[in-house]
Design a protein. Structure first.
Length: 159
């Protein structure tokens, strides 16, 4: 599967792992609000509320709670979905493709079936090198790896 735009090492971050989970479960993890709330942020952070409508222009808005109980929420929307293959979302636009004024990144998550499970590729596309650096400094690789592990654990628990 190819991405919608070429990888730009100055502005993009990428996480790629093969996990022993079928693509349809990973896709569901990005589109089912009940499942999304259980894994999307690294513990001890949590998702206290989410609004998702997995269609282009549909809401992808989560409220994140930190360990002290403070909450923050940024509106976003899905841009493109291919069941069991691709999820593209952004905070640049909110539901209905309305500009948010708070652009930080666009996420592209792809799922490719392999002999060992699924190649999970998460790419964060930033408008500027400064936003990329900020996201990297926030712990992109560690945080996105931990959340993927949480999603894998949910699949294991369901089996």
């Amino acid at each position: 599967m190819s991405y919608l735009s070429p990888f730009d090492p100055e502005r993009d971050l990428i996480l790629e792992k093969v996990v022993p989970v079928p693509a349809n479960f990973l896709y569901r993890g990005w589109t089912d609000p009940d499942l999304l709330m259980k894994w999307f942020v690294p513990a001890p952070y949590s998702v206290s509320d989410c609004e998702v409508d997995p269609v282009p222009g549909g809401a992808f808005t989560l409220t994140i709670r930190d360990p002290e109980g403070n909450e923050s929420s940024e509106p976003g929307c899905y841009l493109r979905l291919i069941p069991d293959e691709l999820v593209v979302f952004t905070d640049t636009l909110g539901p209905g493709f309305r500009p948010t004024g708070n652009a930080f990144f666009t996420g592209m998550i792809s799922f490719q079936t392999t002999d060992d499970g699924t190649r999970y590729t998460a790419r964060a596309i930033h408008g500027t090198a400064e936003h990329r650096k900020r996201h990297a400094d926030m712990g992109f690789e560690k945080g996105w790896s931990l959340t993927l592990e949480q999603l894998v654990a949910l699949y294991t628990a369901e089996q």
